[in-house]
Write a protein that binds this ligand. Structure first.
Ligand SMILES: Cc1cc2nc3c(=O)[nH]c(=O)nc-3n(C[C@H](O)[C@H](O)[C@H](O)COP(=O)(O)O)c2cc1C
Length: 243
């Protein structure tokens, strides 16, 4: 019988935990992976975003996983809203951030990568949201990024039709620094909150998304140029307007 899940739960129970680096006095790791050489793109201020009102009740009632998208480009304001709703930093503390989603110990161990195919004002390519400064970093222009992402996601061809795809990369040490082995549980739980906010935020602007976890891990990490150990692609969600 496959016991990997039970082993994980057993070994992350409190009696098994080793002393965390925080408890040992090791300094807090950076709150964001730096991006020193990328071209930076300013985004509209979160407080300037103003969409026609959709009630929370309607957004939750209408939420669905959507895999068919219109060919209309996603606006930069709309993309900004989705970034804000999923990882926006509301308050920066000395060693933590408070954001639009919860995170165990406010560690926020994720970096948001974006495969941009059809967003007004952005050339197609791979980007990263710099949440602390509320900017986009262009990592590399790539006309084929949607198709390459679809290929990495076990050839789920519908992904290539998304206007933009969110890919969440975990930096586990940001959480395990404080919580040791138990931090691994929290990382996966944190990811769920982020993606759920994306679903609801999409509904608020007439867009849709679909959570994706069926992917070739090594291929997706390679596409994002992350090492799969200190930075791990864990979850994705293509986005586009509903048809
Ligand atoms: C963790 C997770 C992984 C998923 N991975 C995929 C995926 O790789 N491809 C896909 O088409 N849908 C994926 N889905 C979407 C589910 O299939 C979808 O949520 C389910 O069919 C229920 O539909 P609903 O979200 O519209 O209620 C995933 C959903 C979750 C929560």
């Amino acid at each position: 019988m496959n016991t990997i899940g039970q082993d994980f739960l057993e070994l992350t129970k409190y009696p098994h935990l080793t002393e965390s680096h925080k408890e040992q006095g090791v300094p807090c790791p950076p709150l964001e992976v730096p991006e020193p050489n990328a071209q930076l793109i300013s985004l509209p201020a979160p407080e300037s975003l103003n969409f026609s009102a959709v009630s929370v009740q309607a957004a939750i009632n209408n939420r669905r996983s959507r895999r068919k998208f219109s060919s209309a480009p996603l606006g930069l304001a709309e993309l900004t809203w989705l970034l804000w709703a999923t990882q926006g930093v509301q308050e920066q503390l000395p060693h933590a951030t408070l954001r639009t989603v919860p995170s165990a110990g406010a560690r926020h161990p994720f970096e948001t990568y974006l495969a941009v195919a059809n967003v007004t004002g952005l050339k197609p390519g791979l980007y990263r949201y710099l949440a602390l400064s509320h900017q986009l970093a262009l990592l590399r222009a790539n006309e084929n990024i949607g198709r390459e992402l679809a290929a990495a996601c076990l050839n789920q061809k519908w992904i290539a039709n998304a206007a933009a795809s969110f890919i969440w990369v975990a930096v586990p040490y940001r959480t395990t620094w404080r919580y040791s082995e138990r931090g691994w549980r929290y990382i996966f739980l944190d990811a769920g909150h982020i993606c759920q906010n994306l679903y609801i935020a999409c509904e608020a602007i007439g867009a849709g998304c679909c959570a994706v976890d069926a992917f070739d891990d090594d291929a997706l990490n390679a596409l994002l140029a992350v090492d799969g150990k200190e930075q791990i692609a864990l979850y994705a969600a293509p986005v586009g307007y509903k048809i």
